[in-house]
Design a binder for this molecule. Structure first.
Ligand SMILES: Cc1cc2nc3c(=O)[nH]c(=O)nc-3n(C[C@H](O)[C@H](O)[C@H](O)COP(=O)(O)O)c2cc1C
Length: 161
């Protein structure tokens, strides 16, 4: 018997994660991005991370074509940024402070950490693609992370964000 998508989602919701916004730019230089919690470290030497992206994501073609991406790890007060990048609106960057890095990647201001990555491999698995990136630059800020658990935003202290 195959588990239903709802049951699968509910089960995975018990794994508490941080929240990232994965960004890149398209062929015209326009910034694009999506909220993603399917992010993890892969290797220390070389420094590799991975992120899993739905093939339906508007950012998917740009991620494939650009060959580099940034992972913006959100701070606990950036819940609105997370919600904005978890939508399908086209103007996600309009009211979000960001800068374009020397590597040409949109970095979200005030994020807890920004990792600039060059894609070293991609792996299609089911309806997602795993992007493995080598971290070229890391900008580490101060503060606490935004947490996502059982479909809700939270903070490390356990009280709702
Ligand atoms: C907390 C949270 C985590 C998410 N994690 C992922 C993820 O890891 N990969 C993914 O493809 N979508 C993830 N999503 C869903 C996308 O953010 C959502 O489908 C978004 O609309 C994609 O935007 P786009 O189509 O403009 O790229 C997540 C959403 C939320 C709220």
């Amino acid at each position: 018997m195959v588990i239903s998508p709802d049951d699968f989602r509910r089960a995975l919701g018990h794994f508490a994660t941080g929240v990232t916004v994965v960004t890149t730019s398209d062929g015209d230089g326009r910034p694009t991005g999506l909220t993603a919690s399917a992010f993890t470290s892969v290797s220390l030497d070389p420094p590799l991370v991975l992120v899993c992206v739905d093939h339906k994501s508007q950012s998917y073609p740009a991620l494939l074509e650009r060959g580099r991406f940034a992972v913006n790890i959100l701070r606990r007060d950036q819940q609105l940024v997370s919600r904005r990048f978890a939508s399908t609106r086209l103007d996600k960057f309009d009211e979000v402070a960001f800068r374009v890095s020397e590597l040409g990647l949109p970095l979200i201001e005030e994020a807890l950490t920004q990792l600039e990555c060059v894609t070293v491999s991609t792996h299609v698995e089911g309806d997602h693609t795993i992007f493995v990136g080598r971290v070229e630059r890391a900008h580490v800020g101060a503060g606490e992370p935004l947490i996502y658990y059982r479909g809700q935003y939270d903070r490390l202290s356990g009280t709702s964000a």
